[in-house]
Ligand binder design. Structure first.
Ligand SMILES: [Zn+2]
Ligand SMILES: [Zn+2]
Length: 237
């Protein structure tokens, strides 16, 4: 990035960034060119801006929308600037989401996480990624306040609890029925061997009592079990 772009992220002019570069230690070396045309590594510059406490919420960058749900129906919508979402490929792994939040959103999120047994993600929309919902166990993995006006947050949750959001938010559970259970009913069947229980199904519905919900629709378990059902598990490298 150029010095002008670095200024845009920090909310100041190019001249101001050039001044910081001269007077503050540790500004990254240019990756290409010199003088007014010098280009710098974006990650290195952002890290440096954070280090010297010059970074506020970056304006004009793509934003993500996170809706979390705690005890009862307490929800909070958090806008995340410049979001980065890293999804684990292994069900034993952890997904990570980071970005910049307004301080009041970050504080409300922290209160919700502290006061709830388990916080789930109703819906997470990040540019360039499919929407995601998480059954629970959301935690705040890190946060810092490098400048006024914005708080950098890192959130994490077990990858196994992530799936596709339902129409009105939240996850849909796939129940796995015990062997020998009737498979002839109105519940939707899936390739993973799970069923989406219909509340009115006489065998598995609300009146039938508790059937263990096993995993989240559209999640890692679903996709990993689906080929196994057909006996064609792809070889792992
Ligand atoms: Zn059923
Ligand atoms: Zn499934």
């Amino acid at each position: 990035m150029s010095l002008a772009e670095a200024g845009r992220i920090a909310g100041v002019s190019r001249t101001t960034v050039a001044g910081w570069r001269r007077t503050l230690p540790g500004f990254p070396d240019s990756a290409q060119g010199s003088g007014a045309g010098a280009v710098f590594d974006r990650g290195a510059v952002v890290a440096w801006l954070r280090e010297v406490g010059k970074l506020t919420v970056p304006a004009g960058l793509p934003a993500g929308m996170l809706v979390v749900r705690g005890v009862g129906s307490r929800t909070r919508t958090v806008r995340l600037e410049d979001p980065a979402l890293a999804l684990a490929e292994d069900a034993a792994g952890e997904d990570r989401l980071s970005g910049w939040a307004a301080p009041e959103d970050a504080e409300a999120l922290a209160v919700l996480v502290e006061s709830s047994v388990s916080v789930g993600v109703q819906r997470l929309a990040v540019p360039g990624a499919r929407p995601v919902a998480v059954r629970g166990s959301l935690r705040i993995a890190g946060q810092e306040r490098p400048g006024a006006g914005g708080l950098w947050l890192e959130l994490a949750w077990p990858a196994a609890l992530r799936g596709t959001p339902a129409r009105f938010g939240g996850v849909v559970e796939h129940a796995v029925l015990p062997p020998g259970t009737s498979a002839d009913c109105c519940c939707a069947r899936h390739d993973c061997g799970g069923v989406t229980r219909q509340p009115w199904c006489p065998d598995h519905g609300t009146a039938a009592g508790r059937v263990s919900e096993d995993h989240v629709e559209g999640g890692l378990y679903c996709t990993q079990r689906a080929p196994a059902r057909g006996g064609t598990v792809p070889a792992r490298g």
